[in-house]
Design a protein around this ligand. Structure first.
Ligand SMILES: C[S@@+](CC[C@H](N)C(=O)[O-])C[C@H]1O[C@@H](n2cnc3c(N)ncnc32)[C@H](O)[C@@H]1O
Length: 232
């Protein structure tokens, strides 16, 4: 089975319990990380924002909540995750919508969006560079792509503590909460081959973004990368 199919099926299995597992395993801090990521879009009011790998919609809703004039399109290739997102969408249904699609082949024309976000998903895509280029294609010149994901803390002691949590506690807790041990055994492994914060920033630059920067949160357990689309 290829990685895409495996990832899609894995998220389909855990979709109904995904939000609960997230809240418990991050003690709810993930909400503040999402608000911070949305601020990094640097858009004061309005605009069309694309939320990539939107899952059950947490980052899409955080984006909509941050500005009443903002329109958000969430895209994900796992229909059961999108089903949960649509069920949660009562408050914002006039300006938040969810579309099925693969972020490596986005179903949108060039330069359609004023900004894009991605939350906790870059580790899951088959080809990071191709994804970054595809996101750049659908963004307007000057628009930012903000990526929020788990990262590798630079301090070795803190990194060891975090890895213990991520590689040992998360699979156990996630398996119990979601009812799928195998899904939460995969998730930590998605970090192993993922680049560290500098490595991911280098991919942004290679994919053609300018003013690439990142901010580490919680000692680097999580990082927010920001890249701006240059004029074409
Ligand atoms: C860990 S969840 C993150 C969901 C959400 N962004 C959040 O912050 O909670 C990862 C999501 O990425 C989606 N995904 C992974 N690869 C994808 C791809 N190539 N195209 C579209 N969605 C993808 C999965 O279906 C899943 O819903």
């Amino acid at each position: 089975m290829d990685k895409s199919t495996y990832v899609r099926e894995m998220f389909a299995t855990i979709a109904p319990k995904y939000d609960l597992a997230n809240r418990v395993m991050t003690a709810g801090i993930d909400e503040s990380w999402r608000r911070r990521a949305v601020r990094e879009l640097g858009i004061s009011s309005g605009g069309d924002i694309l939320d990539l790998c939107c899952g059950t919609g947490d980052l899409s809703f955080a984006s909509a909540r941050s500005d009443r004039a903002r329109r958000v399109v969430g895209v994900d290739f796992c229909e059961p995750m999108l089903k949960v997102a649509r069920e949660r969408n009562a408050e914002f249904s006039d300006r938040v919508s969810f579309v099925e699609g693969d972020v490596m082949r986005l179903p949108f024309e060039e330069a359609r969006f004023d900004g894009a976000t991605m939350g906790f998903s870059m580790r899951n895509v088959v080809d990071i560079l191709a994804t970054l280029r595809e996101v750049r294609r659908v963004l307007k010149p000057g628009a930012r792509f903000v990526n929020l994901d788990v990262s590798k803390p630079p301090n070795p002691v803190w990194r060891s503590l975090f890895y213990f949590h991520f590689y040992k506690v998360v699979p156990l807790l996630g398996g119990l909460l979601s009812g799928s041990k195998s899904a939460y055994a995969y998730l930590p492994n998605s970090l192993t081959s993922f680049p560290d914060a500098d490595g991911l920033a280098a991919r942004f630059t290679e994919a053609g973004y300018r003013d690439v920067r990142y901010v580490r949160l919680l000692g680097g357990i999580v990082a927010i990368h920001v890249g701006t689309v240059a004029d074409r």
